[in-house]
Design a protein around this ligand. Structure first.
Ligand SMILES: [Zn+2]
Length: 819
């Protein structure tokens, strides 16, 4: 599925000549066809479409509020309402209306960057989707604050950003206003946005998107310009569209940033611009970006790719992770691509992330989140995981008080998803594009209002039924998306089978005169499929329909911080994690038994015990596959793997139900081609704290100065003013009589790192550490090696202990050991 290109935008099949109200209405004929995408021709007379000369969008977003989610999806939103998203101002200083620059009419105040609009974007939509009066009211107060902050020149929001020529936070605020307008029709929004874009148009070019994240992410700005153009038709907005694209990082040429979140929201920029240029190359460039990243870092289950902060060469396996921001941004990219291409592939990709990755980024009660979620992740403790994961410090423990960007940005994931379940089509019909229980009340044909009640336990079950209510019979086309993995979907209308050549990655289009009480049933048959990841040690993942499956691992939740109301947790495994799969080679799918729980789907199905489906499989333990020093699961080694352990029955659950998971498994093999799993040697260096690259301290790079940022460095960040240590292990015991240390110290530009107050060297003697004797001075000079000599010892490992200066962290650029 990942390798597929974009579908050509063509319409196949029958019935197009019979648009709403045509002669067929009189005959009552039913036309059923399979189409690759809904038509781009025709004019939807009910909803705001892409306006000429923009490329007509085959799927048109319904205004917020027309779709009412039900079932487990509604419950996610209710948990958000009751969880930290619904109460963030109580715990986040960035959402404090008393001091926020976003709340003040003059744009002065504190915390004026991305955090507040990130949260408000999801919080407001959560209120509109749930029709929750409290949330709508609280969001409204912030929105009124933003709307009151416009200057005569059109700029709005925190003035500190204006001084820095940074319009990135305003891009998010524009999304807030767009949703507010869709939900309420508030008359202030359109002229407000018009004045703001005038201000952008009048800026000296060098001050528009000069650099940094705004330059990388300005596709968001472009999208908002088109949103406004579709409503006003003012042509200068399209001129501004060209300008914005020209000032944006060149995603049409290459991957302009390897930061995970940047990729997830900005890879699509050329496709956004395509709606204006009509240049197919722009549309293709977005897909090329996605394929480039996926081929290198996305050969894993769950729909994400490994960029635990940034994509890094050599770090592409399933223990690499995705930031929570990345998940919600990538889902949104696919929602947008779905609207302006109609290609059902983008719905498949959006669902894959929503069901398999996003749930594990949050605690089951949605009262806490973590920064990074990976397909193979078996212990979520607060300890540093760098360099195995990028960025040091706590990234995996669940905590509603941490993770700043994700803590605020996660809010829009589920609400936006719920808003895109159904879309309008240009032939005045409706399309079910993402499946979940819901009710859609929308206008079809010549603005006749119909209600469709969608009942399903999807993605945990195969049937989806649609029951129609209408005041009078009305002819319109109904489109049902057939996912890429479904080879044998079946459709009934009022109990009568209408299976005409139903194909995957397409839509079934049913046009007829619909009457009150009509019922359509769709069954999306799900079959087990085993995917082998060639570039990730030939590991294997199990998929059934839209869900990937993961080893069921017992969870022990341990509170480590937070407040009683908003606690923080680490999660530790209570059952073994190191299984390889035993497959029947000739027929891998026969190695599994699917058990659907008779109790049905729980309100919150994304939990260990609530998993609605379990798959029994065969596995063998691999004793040498262990956690590494930092608590990350050991890197995968080449499959097939030999194991002398007994065959056991193991249980797999949907990947989104497990916070601890093994989703990419080694395969067990026998005979000459099976590999022995080699226990990796202990690491060369270990440290009490580590940010940046621990191996940098013995990589041989010569620093030019203590503040040299061009050479990799090891640091004890976030430790400050503390006593810290770092070790140096040798492959064989050796004689040591001196050490030379080049300290990292970020003076004069910055003020985070200083040479330590003091330090000492210890050597390993059996299980003990002993301080070296006869040591000369332990120097703390900058811009040079600090050499210490001592009485010669023979040892396999040294330990350097440093006392850091009050308020400062410390680090080492290079540590040399001499005889
Ligand atoms: Zn984030």
């Amino acid at each position: 599925m990942r390798q597929r290109g974009l579908l050509l935008v063509i319409v196949m099949g029958l019935g197009m000549q019979n648009s709403a109200g045509g002669s067929a209405a009189a005959t009552g004929r039913m036309d059923v066809a399979t189409v690759e995408v809904p038509p781009r021709v025709g004019e939807n007379r009910r909803y705001v479409e892409y306006r000429r000369p923009l490329v007509p969008n085959p799927l048109v977003k319904l205004p917020i509020g027309e779709i009412t989610p039900r079932g487990w999806l509604r419950h996610q939103l209710e948990l958000m309402r009751d969880g930290f998203v619904g109460h963030l101002p109580e715990i986040s200083k960035w959402c404090n209306p008393e001091v926020s620059a976003w709340m003040s009419p003059d744009g002065e105040g504190e915390h004026g960057w991305e955090e507040l609009p990130y949260w408000l974007k999801g919080f407001g939509d959560l209120g509109y989707v749930l029709k929750d009066e409290r949330i709508i009211r609280e969001a409204r107060a912030w929105i009124d604050g933003i709307l009151s902050s416009q200057e005569p020149d059109g700029y709005f929001g925190p003035r500190a950003n204006k001084k820095k020529h940074d319009v990135w936070p305003n891009m998010i605020a524009l999304n807030v206003l767009q949703s507010f307008h869709e939900a309420t029709g508030d008359e202030r929004v359109i002229p407000f946005m018009t004045r703001y874009f005038r201000w952008q148009m009048n800026l000296p070019r060098e001050n528009l998107l000069p650099g940094s994240w705004q330059k990388i992410r300005a596709g968001d700005n472009l999208e908002s310009i088109y949103w406004l153009y579709n409503r006003t038709g003012e042509e200068w907005l399209l001129e501004l569209g060209h300008v914005i694209h020209q000032r944006t990082a060149r995603w049409d040429k290459h991957i302009a940033s390897w930061h995970g979140v940047n990729i997830c929201q900005a890879f699509r920029e050329p496709a956004v611009y395509y709606v204006q240029t009509r240049d197919r190359a722009h549309l293709d460039a977005a897909e090329r970006n996605y394929q480039t990243v996926t081929a290198l870092y996305g050969q894993v289950p769950g729909g994400m790719f490994g960029a635990d902060e940034n994509c890094r060469p050599g770090y592409h396996g399933p223990r690499q992770a995705a930031e929570t921001c990345s998940m919600v941004e990538l889902m949104h990219s696919f929602e947008l691509l779905l609207t302006f291409t109609g290609d059902p592939l983008f719905a498949d990709r959006c669902e894959e992330i929503a069901f398999n990755s996003l749930p594990a980024s949050l605690t089951p009660d949605l009262k806490g989140l973590h920064y990074l979620t990976g397909p193979n992740m078996v212990q979520l403790d607060q300890r540093n995981k760098a360099p195995g994961l990028d960025n040091g410090g706590c990234m995996l423990a669940y905590n509603p008080h941490r993770y700043r960007c994700c803590q605020h940005n996660v809010a829009f994931g589920w609400p936006y998803y719920a808003e895109h379940l159904w879309m309008a089509t240009r032939d005045n019909g409706l399309a079910a594009v993402l499946y979940a229980a819901c009710e859609v009340k929308a206008k079809v044909a010549d603005a006749v209002e119909v209600t469709i009640k969608e009942t399903t336990d999807y993605p945990f079950d195969e049937p989806v039924t649609f029951k129609l209510s209408t005041a009078r019979p009305v002819r319109f086309p109904l489109y049902l998306r057939i996912p890429c993995w479904c080879e044998d979907a079946a459709v009934w209308v009022n109990g009568e089978s209408v299976n005409t050549n139903v194909k995957p990655s397409a839509y079934v289009r049913i046009e007829r005169t619909w009457a009150d009480g009509d019922e359509v049933k769709l069954v999306l048959h799900m079959h087990i499929d085993v995917t082998t990841w060639r570039t990730n040690a030939d590991s294997a993942s199990v998929r059934r329909g839209p869900l990937w499956y993961s080893l069921k691992i017992g969870e022990r939740w341990k509170r480590y911080g937070g407040t009683d109301e908003w606690p923080a947790f680490e999660v530790f495994p209570t059952t073994p994690c190191n299984y390889g799969l035993v497959l029947d080679e000739r027929n891998p799918a026969s190695s599994f038994n699917v058990h659907t729980k008779p109790a049905g789907v729980a309100d919150q199905p994304f939990t260990l015990d609530g998993a609605p489906i379990e798959i029994r499989a065969k596995g063998k333990r691999i004793p040498a596959w262990k956690l590494d020093e930092q608590g990350l699961v050991g890197r995968l080694q080449a499959s097939p793997v030999r194991s002398d352990e007994p065959v056991e029955t193991i249980t797999l659950i949907p990947m989104g139900c497990g916070r601890l998971r093994i989703s990419a498994f080694p395969l067990i093999g026998e005979g000459a081609e099976a590999h022995e799993w080699v226990e990796p040697p202990p690491p060369r260096h270990r440290a009490s704290n580590c940010s940046h690259d621990i191996n940098a301290l013995s990589n041989g790079w010569e620093p030019k100065s203590s503040s040299d940022r061009d050479v990799p460095r090891f640091t004890w960040w976030p430790g400050r003013g503390t006593t810290e240590w770092v070790t140096y292990r040798f492959d064989n015991p050796r004689k040591v009589a001196s050490c030379e240390v080049y300290w990292f110290d970020d003076r004069p530009q910055r003020a985070y790192y200083r040479v330590p107050l003091s330090w000492k060297i210890y050597y390993r003697a059996g299980d003990d550490w002993r301080e070296v004797t006869g040591a000369s001075a332990y120097g703390t000079e900058v811009n040079q090696y600090n050499r210490v000599t001592f009485e010669s010892v023979e040892t396999s490992e040294l330990k350097l202990e440093a006392t850091l200066r009050e308020g400062f962290s410390g680090g080492i650029l290079e540590w040399r050991v001499g005889t």
